[in-house]
Design a protein around this ligand. Structure first.
Ligand SMILES: NC(=O)c1ccc[n+]([C@@H]2O[C@H](COP(=O)([O-])OP(=O)(O)OC[C@H]3O[C@@H](n4cnc5c(N)ncnc54)[C@H](O)[C@@H]3O)[C@@H](O)[C@H]2O)c1
Length: 445
């Protein structure tokens, strides 16, 4: 049933009665949970993805997102009751639904300009199936003005005009690993439409899935800015924490103690210093402003530079702990994903460290509990499990996987040539490590 422009209560009623079909474009870490939740709340859902393996898996009721264990049951249940299915046919999705949600990746090109090519190609397919009364929700993070200036004209190429169909930006504000919790019960959804009817349609739809409610904002551009600004805030805050951590090092105090106590004052919310910022969100979104506005964004640019520089700073620390050169030193990097528990290696500090170490002539080994031997060796490091490693000169913890918390450093140290441990993630207790006879360095400690 077409819902654009209907009363909010009517939309909620028909959604719960199973009279709406929703297509979700992109069945990745964000899209599959979203599709499953819409189905679970009563909609008929068509998941649309270009990856046949993903589509075939979903049609068998399989959850391919290991970070979201709760998702397995919801996918299985809604595929078996017929409310969730998937297809690789992008136009079919649009022709057979009244609501189209876009949650595909947005990237940067080699000059750090926003690359929205996947979003625009999906929109072109949707416009081929667009009908009067349809509603399109863009959830992918985009530079402010994208929905109005880029998405709307592509959809209007269908021959329909603004007012005959609805469009809103409804940013995905969650993080990999906690998506189900975040989109259903952690904090409100933000929605902003290209017109008042679009905003109201989005408000009604998302109020059914999110028990924390929906915050409608003035327009799609405001909603886009909310999401980008959240990411920029975190990047700049982490850069501040990183710079202050290095200042604390020079003064000879523990930055983690300073930050912890400073943060007991309600206006101080310093983040955690680390060997870098990775993933396809935080290091990307500052460029959605830096590259698209004329005003001064030097603070954002500096934050990027500081955070990107942390991997090299960590490398210099390893060199000084090993008294200079890294040539033919055996170095193990623990963790190639950008964050513990999340299988995502884009812009990961661990991957940057492997590259820098190799350039310095070290023999580089790596291990990550979420990556196979082949996946690790793709980055140019030799796969080794820490319990089996021999003659290491240094170990670097580059992502905070919970598995690394239970490493028996006493045992590992017995088989190391040089007992050097670098913690780039604030994961281990320095005092314990030093008691085991290690030379230890942790960012800011
Ligand atoms: N991952 C996060 O933590 C996060 C958080 C908030 C917002 N987001 C936003 O969500 C977007 C998607 O993130 P994700 O983590 O789900 O990405 P992902 O890489 O896990 O999944 C993307 C999916 O889109 C599919 N896809 C690619 N091109 C397609 C096309 N042309 N048509 C249909 N499907 C296509 C891929 O096959 C893949 O299954 C991000 O780019 C960002 O804008 C992500």
């Amino acid at each position: 049933m077409k819902i654009y422009g209907l009363e909010k209560n009517k939309i909620i009623e028909v959604f719960k009665a199973g009279e709406i079909t929703v297509s979700v474009y992109g069945l990745g870490k964000m899209g599959l949970p979203l599709a499953a939740v819409f189905a679970d709340k009563g909609a008929k859902v068509i998941g649309v993805d270009i990856d046949k393996k993903v589509v075939d898996g979903v049609n068998k009721g399989t959850n391919h997102i290991p970070e979201e264990p709760e998702l397995t049951k919801i996918v299985e249940k809604n595929v078996s009751n017929g409310r969730l299915c998937a297809t690789t046919d992008l136009v079919y999705g649009a022709k057979n639904s009244e609501v189209m949600i876009i949650i595909v990746p947005t990237f940067l090109d080699t000059n750090n300009n926003p690359d929205l090519s996947i979003v625009t190609s999906v929109c072109k397919s949707i416009s081929k199936g667009l009908e009067v009364g349809d509603f399109v929700s863009l959830e992918s993070t985009v530079p402010p003005r994208t929905t109005h200036d880029i998405i709307l004209p592509i959809l209007e190429a269908s021959g329909l005009k603004k007012g005959e169909f609805g469009v809103a930006h409804c940013p995905e504000r969650t993080m990999s690993g906690t998506v189900l919790r975040d989109i259903t019960r952690a904090y409100p959804k933000v929605v902003g439409g290209i017109d008042a009817e679009s905003t109201e349609t989005a408000e009604a739809l998302y109020s059914v899935i999110n028990e924390k409610g929906v915050i409608p904002v003035k327009d799609a551009t405001t909603a886009e800015a909310v999401k980008v600004v959240e990411g920029v805030y975190r990047d700049v805050n982490i850069a501040l924490a990183n710079q202050l951590a290095l200042v604390c090092e020079e003064i000879g105090i523990n930055a983690m103690e300073v930050f912890k106590v400073a943060n007991t004052q309600p206006y101080s919310q310093l983040h955690t210093p680390s060997c870098g910022v990775g993933g396809h969100c935080i290091p990307v979104y500052p460029y959605f402003l830096i590259k698209t506005v004329n005003r001064d964004t030097s603070l954002l640019e500096l934050a990027r530079k500081i955070n990107d520089g942390m991997a090299r700073y960590t490398l210099e620390k390893i060199k000084s702990l090993l008294n200079g050169g890294l040539f033919e030193k055996n170095i193990l990097v623990l963790g190639l994903t950008y964050r513990g528990g999340v299988k995502e290696t884009r812009k990961s500090p661990g991957v940057s460290l492997v590259k820098l170490l190799k350039e310095s002539g070290a023999r580089v080994f790596a291990y990550d509990p979420l990556l196979s031997l082949e996946e690790v060796e793709e980055f140019g490091a030799k796969y080794v499990q820490i319990e089996k490693a021999e003659d290491l000169d240094a170990v670097i913890i580059a992502s905070d996987h919970k598995e690394f918390k239970s490493i028996d450093w006493f045992e590992i140290g017995k088989r190391m040539r040089n007992k050097v441990l670098i913690d780039g993630t604030q994961l281990v207790d320095p005092e314990q490590i030093k008691l085991n006879g290690f030379w230890f360095y942790g960012i800011g400690r």
